[in-house]
Ligand binder design. Structure first.
Ligand SMILES: [Zn+2]
Ligand SMILES: [Zn+2]
Ligand SMILES: [Zn+2]
Length: 204
């Protein structure tokens, strides 16, 4: 696991930093108040037991955080490797609902497209969605915003991150809001330069 190398490297860096810190903060002379002359010899002073215990605790804590980070990165890597495969499954599960949205609004869309063609700018406001380019998500159940692959938990068996939502538990189509982008418009505008709606639910 390459993350172990990172942990070892970070710990080595940390040890060097601790050593440098000790060296920099070491008192220069044992008795500076009386009789200190240019010839006095500086004696090394060991850090107190409390300081050493604190440093050991900090190193242990840092090491624990690095291990957690390494596990997170490893799980994320595995989830990303399967992301598109699992999202295609979600896509086919949403296909019927998506097709229905396209079919129900087809004539309405053609009318708006026609009107847009007659305007100088080639645009008219979209009245299919809420005007802000949002409509009910076709992917999550009852538009609840939960990822359907993991049922909103973000995890699969054995604590692996869900590949569809990458561990977030949110529907990737609506990012958990229950509202997806309107397939017909851009930012609430029907634009003649825009291609017609996709035949498939999004994979992003
Ligand atoms: Zn729209
Ligand atoms: Zn959704
Ligand atoms: Zn999920």
């Amino acid at each position: 696991m390459k993350h172990l190398y990172r942990i070892a490297f970070a710990l080595a860096l940390y040890a060097v930093a601790v050593f440098a810190f000790k060296a920099a903060t070491k008192p220069h002379a044992s008795g500076s108040n009386e009789g200190a002359t240019a010839t006095s010899v500086a004696l090394p002073v060991r850090p107190s037991a409390e300081t050493e215990a604190e440093l050991a605790r900090q190193i242990q804590e840092r090491s624990r955080q690095l291990e957690i980070q390494a596990v997170h990165l490893e799980r994320m890597k595995e989830a990303k490797a399967q992301m598109m495969t699992r999202r295609r499954e979600v896509q086919s599960a949403s296909y019927a609902a998506w097709t229905q949205v396209l079919a129900v609004n087809h004539d309405h869309y053609l009318r708006l497209h026609d009107q847009a063609q007659k305007t100088p700018g080639g645009q008219v406001p979209c009245t299919i969605c809420d005007g802000l380019s949002y409509m009910k998500c076709v992917t999550c159940r009852d538009h609840d915003g939960k990822c359907i692959t993991c049922n909103g938990t973000g995890r699969l068996a054995s604590d692996a991150y869900c590949p569809s939502c990458l561990g977030k538990g949110k529907c990737y189509v609506c990012t958990g809001s229950g509202k997806m982008f309107c397939p017909f418009c851009d930012d609430g505008m029907i634009d003649v330069r825009r291609p017609p709606p996709s035949n498939f639910p999004p994979l992003y």
